[in-house]
Design a protein around this ligand. Structure first.
Ligand code: HEM
Length: 497
């Protein structure tokens, strides 16, 4: 027995040694700059992301300082840090880009458009949904957004009367979650109706995102989690429990819709079915994962952007005053209800929204792609077809040569750039680019315009026991997290109505 075990162990060591020699001396990426350790083993990424908790992004930044704009960051992956090369990687459909299956399985959303490898299958899966998230569909959604915003404002007004502290991060997550749940699935989850909003609304997404680095290396984890009795899972990991529960709730809703149940308002899911979805796209598990990807992507990213926007508007009284003055042109009364179109015409508000999206970042994961048939060329490097390649959008939006003093909230930079004829928006890559960009960008945009306008016109906020470190990006779990816990922001409010 001992003899067999030691033979197995020796075989394993031999395998590792052979693999290392191949990766260092014979692999097509052997000549690319970067540390030998990262080229030899993915344990390098594991150490920074899984053991240290979402810190690989800072190591990648450090490697670029040493090795230059192109670095081999894992045995099979190249990272480029050059804003002008972004659109080469995140290219349109005509320049075939795939997503690496291994990377995206960490989100446990099998069958969704988001994790689909092939561009053709991705197009098939995304097409039935796209029209419900277009600009004009989003314009039709404005009453839905206002309905939730009214609830948020009523809550804030009540708190202002009783001088009660508000956990506004939970308020924003409840707002974005209620909007997307109502629109996509047709049932209001009514997180805004709860006495202190719903602090737990993000537990599900936090559950999966916080485990995602581990799942990348141990993809068996979701299967094991799925086998555990819910009671036990809740004891071991309440956040993963919330994710599993959310999946099951959404799956039940999908099954109900598939079997003909219809809501009064008509959800996107119902409309997609009623328009005739091909049989191979109608699996209830696949559809539940599709819905979860939209619900989760539609909640946390925009909620965080709202936190970052409001935080900076509270901290910068002159910016806030200028914005409020501009808002008065389309909102003569604090409770006026401007249209999204009216708000988009306001140059200063538009700059505030752009700057908010830049600083909030949205997604901090690498969003890797593969050009399966095209050899990409960067400076004098030819990147072989089939290589995994990425450029983290945070680096583009924090590049000091494009956005001087990048950590400063400076809406005027967009005004100055426009006056000088510069197209700074090209580098605002928070929604990514190309055929795999964000499907919800119009919705996110509308939510930001409306919410910031309404809140700044109706209320005066002050921070309560909240410091910059409570929202500052320090750990990457797909989206930005602060050093400790989740982004959190508490405020006191004075009503201007
Ligand atoms: C400020 C807010 C948001 C930001 C910064 C953001 C950012 C992104 C990014 C960078 C991607 C590409 C991910 C990748 O390459 O793997 C993406 C994809 C996606 N986003 Fe968003 N997003 C936001 C809001 C939303 C909203 C409101 C929705 C709801 C509809 C949404 C739904 C999705 C979906 C479904 C995908 C996958 C699209 C596909 O692969 O076809 N996002 N988002």
């Amino acid at each position: 027995m001992l003899h067999e075990a030691s033979t197995l162990f020796a075989a394993f060591l031999l395998y590792l040694a052979t693999q290392t020699v191949y990766r260092l001396f014979f692999h097509p990426l052997r000549k690319f700059p970067g540390p030998k350790l990262a080229a030899a083993t993915s344990a390098y990424e594991f150490y920074f992301n899984a053991l240290k908790g979402g810190k690989f992004i800072w190591e990648i930044e450090r490697l670029h300082e040493i090795y230059g704009p192109i670095v081999r960051i894992t045995p099979r992956e190249i990272h480029i840090k050059d804003p002008d090369y972004y659109e080469e990687i995140y290219a349109p459909f005509s320049r075939r880009r795939e997503k690496p299956e291994k990377f995206y399985r960490q989100f446990d959303l099998d069958g969704s458009a988001f994790v689909t490898v092939s561009p053709e299958l991705h197009r098939e899966r995304r097409a039935p949904l796209s029209k419900w998230f277009s600009k004009s569909a989003t314009t039709d959604m404005i009453p839905i957004i206002y309905r939730s915003l009214d609830q948020l404002c009523a809550h804030i007004k009540k708190a202002s009367q009783s001088r009660q502290v508000i956990k506004i991060d939970a308020g924003f997550a409840s707002l974005t979650s209620d909007i997307i749940y109502g629109y996509l699935l047709g049932y209001p989850s009514d997180n805004l109706g709860k006495a202190d909003f719903n602090e737990h609304v993000r537990d599900g997404i936090n559950g999966i995102l916080r485990q995602s680095h581990l799942i990348l290396f141990f993809p068996i984890i979701p299967t094991i989690v799925g086998l555990l009795p819910l009671r036990i899972l809740k004891l071991i990991n309440p956040f993963m429990h919330a994710f599993v529960e959310e999946k099951s709730r959404v799956h039940d809703q999908v099954v109900k819709t598939l079997s003909g149940h219809r809501t009064n308002e008509g959800s996107v899911l119902e409309k997609v079915f009623d328009k005739g979805l091909p049989e191979h796209l109608r699996g209830s598990r696949r559809l539940a994962n599709e819905a979860i990807s939209i619900l989760n992507a539609g909640t946390e990213t925009t909620a965080r952007a709202l936190v970052v926007g409001l935080y900076n508007l509270i901290e910068n009284s002159s910016i806030r005053a200028k914005l409020r003055e501009e808002l008065q042109s389309v909102m003569p009364m604090p409770e006026s209800r401007p249209t999204w179109d009216q708000l988009k015409q306001l140059p200063y508000l538009s700059s505030v929204v752009l700057e908010t999206m830049r600083l909030a970042t949205g997604v901090t994961m690498r969003c890797p792609r593969i050009a399966p048939t095209e050899a990409l060329v960067y400076e004098d490097h030819v990147i072989p077809p089939g290589t995994v390649i990425s450029q983290i959008s945070y680096f583009v939006m924090m590049d000091p040569t494009i956005f001087p003093r990048p950590h400063v909230f400076d809406p005027e930079r967009w005004v100055r750039a426009a006056a000088e004829g510069q197209h700074l928006e090209r580098y605002l890559v928070n929604f990514s680019k190309g055929s795999r960009n964000c499907i919800g960008l119009n919705l996110a945009n509308a939510e930001l315009f409306l919410t910031l306008a309404i809140l700044i016109r109706q209320f005066d906020f002050s921070l309560y026991q909240t410091a910059e470190k409570d929202i500052t990006f320090a750990r990457d779990f797909g989206v930005p997290y602060p050093e400790d816990g989740n982004a959190s922001m508490r405020v006191l409010v004075e009503s201007l109505v």
